[in-house]
Structures are given as C-alpha cells and as structure tokens.
Design a protein around this ligand. Structure first.
Ligand code: MTE
Length: 396
C-alpha cells in the first residue's frame, strides 16, 4: 500500500515512556505499572499497553495512504484518510484488553507459551473515527437490520506489519459481517485516541477497534479490508488466541477443534497493591478495574480480606461525577474503576472478583481455566499484604 510500509528491523521504533515495564523488546510489548491504571478513568496514551508482533510500520506520505476494500464486493474501492474523515465521526469509550493479560500468573500454575503480562495489558481509551458499518455501506453493503439473512461471511482486516508467526506476512484477523454491519456494535476505523491523532504504536494512521472483543481483533496499521466467505485463515485466528481446556497440551492439540476467541469474559484486578505489599495495619483503600466483554456491564465488584471467605462490595465509577448504573448511564464498552476501604490486620490475602450483567463471575482459581497459551486468566485476583517485615512471604 503506498504511503504505509513495514520496516524489516527495529531501528525506526517510536519513543516510549520510560516507566513502562518491557515484557519483550523486539517486537515491543510493554505495560504500565499497576498503579498507573487507576489514576484516571481514561488511560493516558503513553501509559497504554503496547502489544506488537513486528516492527512498527512507517507512514512515508499520509496523502498517498489508502485503505483498500475488496473481496466479495461488486466494486472494490480505495479510500483516502480524507474520505474516511468525511464520514460521520463517532467517539467510543472502549477498554482494549489483550487476551494474554495476567498470563504471568497463569504460568506460575504450569508453564504456558507467550509473552508474560502482569495485570496491565489493558487500557481504557476514547477512540475517534468512522463506523465500519458506514464505511461498508459506501461499497454497497447494507447495515444490519432485523431482516438481514443469517450468514457466515466475515470482514477481514489486513495490516502491513510483518510477523514471524505469519512467516513474514502481515498481521490479520476478522470479525463476523453481522457485527461489522451492526451500527450498535460500534466497530470503528479509528484515527484518534483520547482526542489526539493515533500514534504510531497504536496503529497510525488507521486501526480497527472492536469493542468488547479481545484486543487481537483490533487490527492496527490497516492496509485492506476484505469481505470473505469464512473467518480469516491467518495464524492469529486459527493457531492462536483460542481457549483450550486444561487437558490439552502441545502434543495433543488440534487447533481446528476450537473457535477463535472473540468476546472477553468478566475480568477484574487490584491495581493499588503489588503481589506482596507492606502496608500499615488499619484502614486502607483498595483500587482496581473491572470489565466484561460483549457490552455487558459490571453488576458488582466484591472484595475480600480473608482469601475469599467473606466479601464486601466495592464502589464502582466511570466518568467522574456520575453514579454508575450499567445500561442506564454507563459506557457500555468500558471498564469501571472500583474503590473500597477495608481494615487489614497484620497480614491478609486481599481478593477481588467481579460479576457482569449476565451474572457471569470470575473463576476462583487459575487451575480450572489453565490453558497452554495462557490466555484469559480471569481467575480471582489475589494480593497478599503484611505490616510485618519479619513475616516470611511464604507464610503469608
Ligand atoms: N495489529 C497489528 N497490525 N499488529 C499487531 O501486532 N496486535 C494485536 C492488536 N492489533 C497487533 C494488532 C493485539 S494482540 C492487541 S492486544 C492489540 O492490537 C494491542 O493494541 P495496542 O498496542 O494499541 O494496545
């Protein structure tokens, strides 16, 4: 694609905030410290996790950049940024979460393959751009209505970045046509993040944002969009980001037996404390995030100080000043931040679990959801605190 190209090495990477914790250098994968996540409802761009599979593409000339739309369409088209910007602009508050969030903790149960992440492979952004449903309408694909026939067609997004998993080919993924053409699914071709032009790490000049779905489907550095008969056959749809049961290992795995993961399940984590933290005995405030996929709001956030025997309910909030009521005034694709004051004695195991609007609840242990790729660790998040420097960590 003219205007946008994939470098073959990492010499042209963009600058990044020094406070990010680097989980892999090349390709660049980094997350902010936990505490940075709960400082604001909207995650600042420089504190937003970066998840790349190759060198970050370079835009040589934005005026010659075009995104091509083709596949099963009568008239393929190439759209410039001006044409995309001329469509109605939407701003969607949506949490992006990598399926590998909290993988490091899963690997402590039993080894998994993949980049390790603490609890911060997640961020809440205000994404600005055109709705994919409006873009598809331009090439003669009507919006979803009650009478749209059921169909298995997918919309495939192809990038320009070169990934070793694709044997040097581009990153790609797809979503069902029904989701792409549904204006209420809020799928965006985004050119802005938090009111600013998208930066290079996050997909400049144009990326897909699929709210409520694992981050892997929100393709960055968009090169082309194809209407295809069935889901994308690329590596990241077919041989990755699938949820297998704990009994499956690298010797008996049959990738085609499971479907690509799309919506993410209910998730929460404590961000104001590290895994083993020293705190003064008495009252402390515990903060964190809770989120669910598919537009399901967060119904409840429960916090325990005794490892999960008893619970208190935390306060939930979204944009400042408003009392959060899911499905009434909530940002349906966005996380809630939570806050609760608790009393801790000399040592405690603090646990959080969230419940979504479908009464989906996080599993108690990582054991029951362990999977060889280490995705979707949504087990209760536990941190241990003590006020005694003398207590050996193993006894906490
Ligand atoms: N798109 C391209 N082209 N290349 C990538 O490596 N990574 C995906 C997705 N889109 C990726 C991509 C994954 S796994 C995630 S979690 C999100 O982008 C991360 O988006 P972010 O780096 O903007 O936080």
């Amino acid at each position: 694609m003219p205007g946008l190209r994939a470098p073959s090495d990492y010499s042209g990477e963009p600058p990044r905030h020094p406070a990010l914790k680097i989980n892999a250098k090349q390709p660049f994968n980094a997350e902010p410290p936990r505490a940075a996540l709960v400082k604001s409802y909207v995650t600042p761009i420089d504190m937003f996790y970066k998840r790349n599979h190759g060198p970050v593409p370079i835009v040589d000339n934005i005026n010659s950049y075009r995104v091509s739309i083709g596949g099963l369409v009568k008239e393929p088209k190439q759209l410039s940024m001006d044409e995309i910007r001329s469509l109605p602009k939407y701003e969607v508050m949506a949490t992006l979460q990598c399926a590998g969030n909290r993988r490091t903790a899963m690997s402590k149960q039993k080894t998994v393959r993949g980049v390790g992440w603490d609890v911060s492979a997640i961020g809440n952004g205000l994404w600005g751009g055109a709705k994919l449903a409006d873009v598809l309408e331009l090439i003669g694909i009507p919006k979803l209505t009650a009478t749209t026939p059921l169909g298995a067609k997918h919309v495939e997004f192809v990038s320009v970045d070169r990934c070793k998993e694709e044997n040097g080919g581009p990153y790609k993924a797809s979503i069902p046509l029904r989701q792409a053409t549904n204006p209420e699914a809020d799928v965006l071709l985004a050119y802005e993040m938090n009111g600013e032009v998208l930066n290079r790490d996050h997909g400049y000049p144009l990326r897909v944002v699929v709210p409520g779905v694992i981050g892997a489907r929100s393709v960055k550095w968009l090169d082309s969009i194809n209407i295809v008969e069935e889901e994308c056959q690329g590596f990241f749809m077919q041989k990755d980001y699938k949820m297998f049961p704990p009994s499956i290992n690298w010797d008996n795995i049959v990738w085609s037996e499971r479907r690509p993961q799309m919506d993410f399940p209910v998730q929460s984590a404590i961000c104001s404390l590290e895994d083993v933290d020293f705190v003064k005995q008495g009252r402390i405030t515990v903060n964190g995030y809770a989120v669910s996929g598919g537009g399901r709001g967060i119904e409840r956030v429960d916090v325990s100080t005794d490892g999960g025997k008893t619970w208190v309910e935390a306060e939930r909030y979204q944009r400042s000043g408003s009392q959060y009521v899911p499905e009434v005034n909530g940002d349906k694709w966005a996380w809630v931040l939570f806050k609760v004051e608790i009393d801790v004695s000399d040592r405690a195991e603090i646990v959080v679990k969230a419940v979504d609007s479908a009464a989906g609840v996080q599993p108690a242990t990582v054991e029951e959801i362990w999977n060889l790729r280490g995705i979707l660790n949504t087990s209760w998040h536990r941190v241990r605190v003590t006020n005694s420097l003398r207590a050996p960590v193993s006894q906490l």
